[in-house]
Ligand binder design. Structure first.
Ligand code: 5GP
Length: 139
């Protein structure tokens, strides 16, 4: 049997958390690391390894709760922006292998947190083929 991950333990009440939302399928609680004030995790109660492995209906329910918490971050906490993000697999920074969405309120002076997309020099001529390959795979 698969060893329980930390979020399964939180869902089963074996580890405490600061809960902020719960329904039959979704739980949301404060991230222990609080990279910014109000940093929250939204998880499905049923275990799926990550976003890519989660059925669409469950994913939609998790994202719906994440959206509402993002809206509350602006309305209640005074955040000026919000990052909604989810990491899939270790190489992308996933450390807990249970699908979770981070809701990270942004205040403009968020010391210690930097999400940056740097332009890389790519061969622009390769992009049409790349786009076509991915597009074909989606069909
Ligand atoms: P990941 O790196 O997998 O996207 O994010 C995992 C997150 O889970 C981290 O931000 C980490 O702080 C959080 N986390 C890990 N263990 C616990 C815990 O026991 N309680 C809570 N509330 N958050 C946790």
């Amino acid at each position: 049997m698969r060893e329980k991950d930390v979020f399964c333990k939180i869902i089963d009440g074996e580890i405490p958390c600061y809960k902020i939302y719960e329904d039959e399928e979704v739980l949301a609680f404060l991230d222990i690391s609080q990279v910014t004030k109000g940093h929250t995790l939204v998880v499905p109660k049923k275990h799926y390894d990550n976003f890519l492995a989660t059925p669409q209906d469950v994913m939609h329910k998790v994202m719906d709760v994440a959206q509402r918490i993002g809206q509350v971050s602006i309305r209640l906490l005074g955040a000026k922006g919000v990052n909604i993000l989810t990491n899939c697999y270790k190489e992308a920074g996933q450390s807990v292998m249970h699908f979770h969405v981070h809701v990270i309120p942004r205040y403009g002076d968020d010391e210690g947190l930097r999400l940056e997309f740097k332009d890389k020099k790519v061969d622009q001529l390769s992009l049409p083929v790349l786009a076509k390959d991915i597009s074909n795979e989606l069909k």
